[in-house]
Design a protein around this ligand. Structure first.
Ligand code: HEC
Length: 469
């Protein structure tokens, strides 16, 4: 008989049990007298646990940064994302803006984003931290491209100005006033209650009531440290009151009308919502602006002029549409980091370009730079520091708007996991906001959406619960 079979014998099992209990008893009796210190060892730190709703714990130290100690031990809520809005295309002139077209299978090439939420509150504010995986950073929205790429999903022609590129976003929706539509009420179907229409005409507006939208967008709000604060009611979706954070940079309402403004060449120093100073990258963001200069049609024609060794004829070395020639590509976003003056001086100093560039007058140079800007993409919005109810939502993330990198401009900010912290007062004095009045209610329904290079199609969860503890 070996030891193993000993323990299979019921009698031996009982003996072993008594022996273990005795040993444990002796241990308990003797431990305090042997080593009194063990009594004062503090409990081990809380190990984060998943929770079934998003629990908002009361804290005394505000967890106001991504690195605050609270987030390291806080419980978390895993959000099971599903397709919320799919197969939508934008209207005429808006191309290649639907990176989440097929929902989960498109979002980050089908990788589950693993959306995780944590939350806390103190006497003044609620803090919501969202983390999800998306391995490329999309930071533009409706950039102006001249003769840009076509969109395989759309029949639109890409000739002339079109609006292209989109941003990554995370949006939260809360009910302000009993919102509903034919699908149900906000408390039963969440943000589906504010889904109106189908197909390309789908809009974010309930039939009745009011919904608060917290829209973190890498193109329009994150660079200044905010989430866009919006409200959806039966009339449609609009910004809250106060100075708007972003305005469409276009000559007219048409998404083919071209940019009204461009960067004025001065350093875009801004103060973020947190009070910290930052500099916005002109490759993506327009803050210090001046009217867009030059005639792009004329610039296009000088670029393509056919007479060898005569002014123009840029195509011979830089290729059709600024790519594929013997000289460097001109359609790269990094050219937007150069002011007009610095672009002109680098061309002045390029000896190979002498016969093609030197004899051009100022007007032709302006027109050519308008054309080069159109190859790189002019930002589709210009930003302003918001105020009033538009400034209610402070947002901090692990993306900085300085020297942004992506596949085209490798530098900083290449990452896989977004971390976005949104901070808002529990109660604001604005009628266009949800109010967290904890004396009357501690449970709030909300919806959450994630978008990868998109603003129409999203994945997420339409009804979640925020439970203040
Ligand atoms: C004979 C060939 C040739 C022609 C024609 C030519 N370029 Fe260039 N260009 C170059 C070379 C070479 C450079 C240096 C970078 C490189 O090696 O590709 C350059 C650089 C540039 C740059 C980059 C400046 C910077 O900041 O780095 C711009 C912009 C530019 N060219 C615009 C033009 C325009 C506009 C025209 C037409 C007026 C033109 N080029 C015609 C050869 C040419």
């Amino acid at each position: 008989m070996n030891n193993e079979s000993d323990f299979k014998n019921p009698y031996m099992k009982k003996v072993k049990y008594i022996f273990v209990v005795l040993l444990a008893g002796i241990g308990l009796l003797t431990a305090p007298s042997c080593n009194k210190d063990t009594y004062f060892i503090p409990p081990p730190p809380h190990t984060p646990q998943p929770t079934s709703t998003l629990e908002v714990m009361k804290v005394s130290t505000p967890p106001s940064t991504l690195n605050s100690a609270y987030w390291k031990t806080a419980d978390y809520h895993n959000v099971n994302v599903s397709d919320v809005s799919t197969s939508h295309l934008y209207t005429d002139g808006l191309l290649n803006m639907t990176g989440t077209y097929s929902g989960k299978t498109s979002f980050n090439a089908g990788v589950n984003p693993g959306l995780k939420l944590k939350a806390a509150y103190d006497n003044d504010n609620v803090y919501i931290l969202a983390e999800w995986t998306d391995s490329d950073v999309n930071l533009s929205e409706k950039s102006w491209l001249w003769n840009g790429p076509t969109d395989l999903l759309k029949a639109d022609l890409a000739n002339g100005w079109t609006s292209q590129r989109n941003s990554d976003r995370m949006s939260l929706a809360f009910e302000i006033q009993s919102a509903s539509n034919s699908l149900g009420t906000f408390s039963s179907v969440g943000c589906s209650a504010s889904c109106h229409g189908t197909g390309n005409s789908a809009e974010m507006r309930p039939d009745a009531g009011k919904v608060d939208l917290w829209n973190w967008s890498l193109a329009k709000s994150a660079p200044l440290g905010y989430a866009e604060d919006m409200v959806a009611d039966a009339t449609g979706l609009s910004d809250d009151t106060g100075q708007q954070i972003c305005v469409r940079n276009s000559v007219s309402v048409s998404d083919r009308s071209g940019p009204a403004y461009e960067w004025d060449g001065t350093s875009q120093t801004v103060t973020l919502s947190t009070g910290t100073a930052s500099i916005l990258d002109p490759a993506y963001y327009l803050f210090n602006k001046t009217p867009f200069l030059g005639d792009v049609v004329r610039g296009d024609s000088i670029y393509h002029s056919e007479v060898l060794n005569q002014p123009g004829h840029c195509i011979s070395c830089h290729g059709e549409l600024g790519v594929g020639g013997t000289a460097s590509s001109l359609n790269v976003l990094s050219f937007n980091k150069k002011s007009r003056a610095s672009l002109i001086s680098s061309m002045d100093n390029e000896s190979d370009m002498g016969p093609y560039w030197n004899a051009l007058n100022q007007q032709s140079r302006d027109d050519l730079i308008a054309y080069i800007r159109g190859l790189c993409g002019v930002p589709g919005y210009y930003l302003s520091t918001p105020d009033g109810s538009n400034a209610d939502l402070t947002a901090i993330s692990n993306v900085t708007p300085i020297n942004i990198g992506n596949a085209m401009v490798p530098s900083t900010n290449i990452h896989t996991v977004y971390k976005v912290l949104i901070i808002r007062k529990l109660e604001t004095t604005h009628a266009d906001d949800v109010q967290f009045d904890l004396s009357s209610n501690k449970i709030y329904k909300f919806g959450i959406a994630l978008m990868d290079n998109d603003g129409k199609n999203h994945i997420g969860s339409v009804v979640e619960t925020l439970t203040f503890k």
